[in-house]
Design a binder for this molecule. Structure first.
Ligand SMILES: [Ca+2]
Ligand SMILES: [Ca+2]
Length: 256
């Protein structure tokens, strides 16, 4: 049995994408590591229940570490696995069977997911996915949620309805969704006219009106240099599945 340590290595940075044009060339004779026989079991995967990614990792010198990431049916990326790390003592291992424990959140989307496993040998530049061997497979998730809809903006109220130039105003946004993020995270609202965009409206955490309703109250400071005229306010909120759609509301700033 190979010697693996859990949890994931500290200090392994996110390694995605492809090699950039400025990456140094690999050393002469370098052999890329490989991920062989990447499988998911059991399938279909049930969100909230554990499953395993299995693969065989091979390299001419050493299998140094792996990186795993998932893409949901709507394209959101996540890493719901405990990555193994090598015990650095002992001889380098050139062929390793791994069984990686993973678990999707209970609310995760049903449908076809993609999983990518990268393996690195540490012999060459390993930023941005360069130097990785990679395998990709898909699996079905069943028994999670079918929520691929963004939160609904039920109300978007500006007070006063026509803010006065140079004076503060508030924006109240009420949203509903079956899978809101609770407690709510930091949310940005901005507003603009044809040549100026402001990001200075601040909101505390949302008030939880019900299990499926939240209300944000943004305070927007008075800005003397904002000209009277038409403006657009924009607000977007993601649910736990990352579904998001911007909401826009038009309003006027009027002369004092
Ligand atoms: Ca190698
Ligand atoms: Ca939703």
């Amino acid at each position: 049995m190979k010697r693996w340590m859990v949890p994931a290595m500290a200090g392994v940075v996110v390694l995605l994408g492809t090699a950039g044009a400025c990456d140094p060339p690999p050393p002469p004779g370098w052999v890329r590591p490989e991920v062989q026989d990447l499988t998911v079991s059991p399938t279909p995967v049930v969100p909230g229940e554990p499953f395993t990614l299995s693969a065989t990792l091979v390299d001419d010198h050493q299998v140094a570490w792996i990186d795993v990431w998932f893409r949901s049916p709507t394209g959101r990326e996540s890493r719901p696995c405990e990555l193994p790390a090598f015990d650095s003592e002992g001889d380098p291992q050139t062929r390793v069977d791994v069984a990686v424990p993973c678990q999707l959140p209970e609310f995760a989307l049903n449908g076809t997911w993609t999983v990518v496993m990268n393996v690195y040998d540490g012999e060459t530049f390993t930023g941005h996915g360069a130097g990785a061997g990679q395998a990709v497979t898909t699996f079905e998730a069943l028994g999670g949620s079918n929520d691929d809809e963004p939160p609904v903006v039920e109300a978007f109220t500006i007070d006063p309805a026509s803010p006065i130039q140079g004076q503060p105003f508030t924006v109240t946004v009420r949203v509903s969704d079956d899978h809101l993020v609770t407690p709510s995270g930091y949310v940005v609202m901005n507003y603009s006219n044809t040549h100026l965009r402001r990001w200075d409206c601040e909101s505390g955490p949302a008030e939880q009106l019900s299990p499926t309703q939240q209300e944000f109250v943004f305070t927007c400071p008075g800005v003397p240099e904002l000209a009277a005229g038409p403006y657009n306010a924009r607000f977007a909120l993601s649910d736990v599945n990352g579904n998001s759609r911007p909401h826009t509301a038009a309003f006027d700033i009027v002369d004092p």
